[in-house]
Design a protein around this ligand. Structure first.
Ligand code: DNO
Length: 402
C-alpha cells in the first residue's frame, strides 16, 4: 500500500513536516476553496502541488499530491436540474487538468446534500481520548424536533421516536445548537456548509428524486465521465455513503456491496472504480469488508482504513469511531485481502499494483486534545492509526509469515 494522508491545504494545522514525521509517503488533498461546479484551473492545481512539495524550511518534502479527495459532484448533477450539464463538463475539464498535472486517482461521492454525518465530534472514551460518534437517537431528535422535517417522525419506529422526544426535551439550548451544527454546518472536506433553511430547501428539491432516480442520474454521470477517465488514464473511485443507510428521507445508492457492484457494472470500465472505506461501510453489519476486498478488489483504487463499533446489529443504528485495530472490522483480515489483491496486480503487470491507502480519521489523544484541529483528523491519533496499519502490513508481508 502507498501510505497517504489527508491534508486540507495551507489552513490545515497539521503541516507537511508533521506528515513526514508520521511516516507518510503521499498526500491526499483537494481545492476546497473552489466553489462546487467550477473548474479547477491548472494554476490552482500547480500551486497546491508546490505547497505539498516543500517543508517549513523551504527544503523539498519529497511528497506529491497523489490522490484527489474530493472533486465534488454538485447537487445539480445529482438531481439533474439547473446547470447540471455545465457542471459535468466542468468536472471533466477539472479531471483533465488534474491528469495533466500527473495525478492519477480521483475520489468523489454521490451522497445527496450531506457528505459524512456525525452527531458528536468529541465523544469521550473511558481512557480520556475522544472520537466521533453517530447517535441514531440524537439524529432522530435533530430530524424531528430541530430540523422539523415534514414526515420525519414516520421514518422512525415508535420506540425510537419516543426516545428521541425524551432526549430532545433533556437537551439544553447549547447542545441543540451543537447537534445542529455537527449535522448540517459541514464536517472537514464537505463541499458545502448549510443553514437549517438551506437544508429544508435542498430536501424539497430532492422530493422527486427516489433511489431509482438517483441511481439513473449517477449512471448518466458515469457514462459521461468514466470513458474520458479511461481514455486519459485517471482512476475514479466513488466513496460510499457515510453512514451507509438513509437519512432525512433522502435517497442513498452507495451503501452496500450490491450497490458498489451495480455502479461498476453500469459502466464496465476499469477507470470506474471505488474507494473502499472500511469505516463508512463498517457501520452496517451486513458489509463484510475483507470479503468485499476479495470480490471487488480489482477496481478498488483507494482505501480508507478505519474502524467503527456499532451499538446494535440493526442496519440503521448508532456507532462510534473506534481505534484502527479495534472496532468490528477485522483489520488484519482486510489488510491480508489488500495484499492478495496487490500480489494479483503485480502478477498481471498492472501499473496500479500499489494501492493508495490513508489511515482514515483518528481519535484525539495526547496533545490532540484541546488543540482545535479538524474534527476526525488529529495529528497524533492518525499517526497512531497509520503506525498500527503499517505494522500489520509489514508483519503480513514478512517472509517468515507469508
Ligand atoms: C470523511 C471523508 C469524506 C470523503 C468524501 C469523499 O472523513 O471520508 O468526506 O472525503 O465523502 O468524496
Amino acid at each position: 500500500m502507498l501510505h497517504t494522508w489527508r491534508w486540507f491545504g495551507p489552513k490545515d494545522r497539521v503541516s507537511i513536516d508533521d506528515m513526514l514525521q508520521a511516516g507518510v509517503q503521499g498526500v491526499v488533498t483537494a481545492l476546497h476553496h473552489i466553489p462546487t461546479g467550477a473548474v479547477w484551473s491548472p494554476e490552482e492545481i500547480a500551486e497546491r502541488q508546490r505547497l505539498v512539495s516543500v517543508m517549513k524550511d523551504g527544503g523539498p518534502s519529497g511528497l506529491a499530491w497523489d490522490v484527489v479527495e474530493s472533486l465534488p459532484v454538485s447537487e445539480a448533477i445529482k438531481t439533474q436540474t439547473g446547470d447540471w450539464r455545465e457542471h459535468v463538463a466542468n468536472w471533466i475539464t477539472s479531471m483533465r487538468h488534474l491528469k495533466d498535472a500527473g495525478i492519477d486517482v480521483l475520489c468523489y461521492n454521490f451522497m445527496p446534500v450531506l457528505d459524512w454525518t456525525r452527531t458528536d465530534l468529541s465523544w469521550r472514551r473511558p481512557n480520556g481520548a475522544t472520537c466521533m460518534r453517530f447517535d441514531y437517537v440524537d439524529f432522530a431528535a435533530f430530524d424531528i424536533h430541530i430540523l422539523q422535517r415534514k414526515g420525519a417522525a414516520e421514518d422512525f419506529p415508535e420506540e425510537l421516536r419516543d426516545e428521541a422526544a425524551r432526549r430532545f426535551a433533556a437537551m439544553d439550548e447549547a447542545r441543540r445548537e451543537q447537534l445542529a451544527g455537527n449535522v448540517v454546518y459541514g464536517l472537514p472536506g464537505a463541499a458545502e456548509s448549510f443553514s437549517l433553511e438551506d437544508v429544508r430547501a435542498l430536501l424539497d428539491s430532492y422530493a422527486p428524486v427516489t433511489d431509482a432516480v438517483l441511481r439513473r442520474n449517477f449512471h448518466d454521470f458515469l457514462e459521461q465521465v468514466a470513458p474520458v477517465a479511461q481514455e486519459i488514464g485517471m482512476r475514479l473511485c466513488c466513496h460510499p455513503d457515510d453512514p451507509p443507510f438513509g437519512l432525512l428521507g433522502l435517497p442513498r445508492v452507495m451503501s452496500t456491496e450490491a450497490d458498489y457492484a451495480e455502479r461498476m457494472a453500469a459502466v464496465d470500465l476499469p477507470a470506474n472504480g471505488i474507494t473502499l472505506c472500511s469505516g463508512s461501510l463498517g457501520a452496517r453489519p451486513d458489509n463484510d469488508l475483507p470479503g468485499m476486498m476479495d470480490r471487488l478488489g480489482d477496481r478498488v483504487h483507494f482505501l480508507h482504513l478505519r474502524n467503527v463499533r456499532r451499538d446494535t446489529d440493526a442496519i440503521r443504528g448508532s456507532f462510534f469511531e473506534d481505534e484502527h485495530l479495534g472496532g468490528q472490522t477485522d483489520m488484519v483480515a482486510l489488510i491480508a485481502a489488500v495484499l492478495r489483491e496487490e500480489a494479483r496486480r503485480q502478477q498481471a503487470g498492472r501499473e496500479d499494483a500499489v494501492i493508495p491507502m490513508r489511515p482514515d480519521h483518528g481519535q484525539d489523544i495526547l496533545d490532540d486534545i484541546g488543540r482545535g484541529g479538524q474534527p476526525g483528523y488529529p495529528a497524533i491519533g492518525r499517526l497512531k492509526g497509520l503506525a498500527e496499519l503499517r505494522g500489520v502490513e509489514m508483519a503480513l508481508s514478512h517472509p517468515t509469515v507469508a
